[in-house]
Design a protein around this ligand. Structure first.
Ligand code: HH2
Length: 273
């Protein structure tokens, strides 16, 4: 999943794709590099209270739609891969689905009933991501007694809430929400033990690309975290993640194709008869 942030303030690529023409070119280039789906976001969600100071500003619905819709419509005309929209707002999800978005990626795991209603009505897939508390303050007072157990239980609750709202369980993807209300070592542990989320019976998405816990380990600045990001992709793939959400598509695709070729290598030659 290739990330396209239509925001002035995203933590790693804020302001890069504000011009519609450039944003569309970038989307097309990610698809030609091998992205199987795209994720368009028009509101930064970097949490406050930690490395990002006061965190992202909340964006009104009208502004989020103004940033999103023209680019979404233009990309829809030119690419055939599924397009995801990264939003917490029901109204934005509804309008995006109406102009051709294929799935909704919600970092608040369906906190807006209108979003779940829009997803249920369209029958589209939805990503429900784990987080705790409010974006502005979630990096303060982080407490887990049983990290994996609590993340899994809270994701199970989010899945049940979505199903009660009419969302098809088979259309739900879950995400432990790396960097959202977790400390650096907790993000590492979630990656190492990712397989334990498989008991929820839903595919897992991982978004680790360029995040600050990679910087904590490597001391690399945000624009020099590709190698660290690829290490997270390796762990995610090894633990059975279905989708990795990344900024660097070409490098990730090359990495995963090689990784998979090794995993599938049998040592036998398959010659056509
Ligand atoms: N991370 C970010 C945004 N959306 N969605 C899911 N499902 N999982 C994630 O881990 C995730 C996400 C944050 O990354 P980015 O979009 O690059 O930054 P920003 O929120 O500052 O726009």
């Amino acid at each position: 999943m290739g990330v396209l942030n239509l925001t002035p303030d995203s933590f790693s690529d804020g302001g890069l794709w504000l011009d519609t023409r450039r944003a569309v070119e970038h989307a097309i280039s990610m698809v030609s590099q091998g992205a199987d789906l795209l994720d368009l976001g028009a509101e930064s969600t970097r949490p406050g209270g930690g490395v990002y100071g006061s965190g992202a500003q909340r964006v009104p619905v009208a502004e989020e739609l103004r940033r999103l819709l023209p680019v979404l419509e233009a990309i829809r005309e030119q690419v055939s891969v599924p397009i995801s929209v990264d939003t917490r707002k029901g109204k934005v999800a509804q309008e995006a689905l109406a102009v051709g978005a294929d799935l909704i990626n919600d970092i608040s795991a369906g906190s807006d009933p209108q979003l779940l209603a829009a997803v249920a009505e369209s029958g589209c897939p939805v990503v429900l991501m784990h987080s705790r508390g409010r974006l502005r303050s979630m990096q303060r007072r982080i407490r887990f007694a049983d990290l994996l157990g609590e993340v899994r239980a809270e994701l199970a609750t989010a899945v049940s809430r979505a199903v009660e709202a009419g969302v098809d369980r088979q259309q739900i993807v879950i995400d432990p929400g790396l960097g959202f209300g977790k400390l650096g070592h907790q993000n590492l542990e979630l990656l190492r033990r990712l397989e334990e989320l498989s008991s929820l019976g839903r595919p897992v998405l991982i978004g680790a690309s360029r995040k600050s816990f990679i910087g904590d380990v490597t001391e690399a600045p945000v624009d020099e975290r590709l190698a660290g990001s690829l290490a997270t992709v390796a762990w995610a793939a090894h633990q059975g993640a279905a989708i990795v959400r990344v900024h660097d598509v070409a490098e990730t695709v090359q990495f995963l194709r090689t990784w998979r070729a090794i995993a599938e290598a049998s040592g036998e030659r398959h010659e056509s008869v």
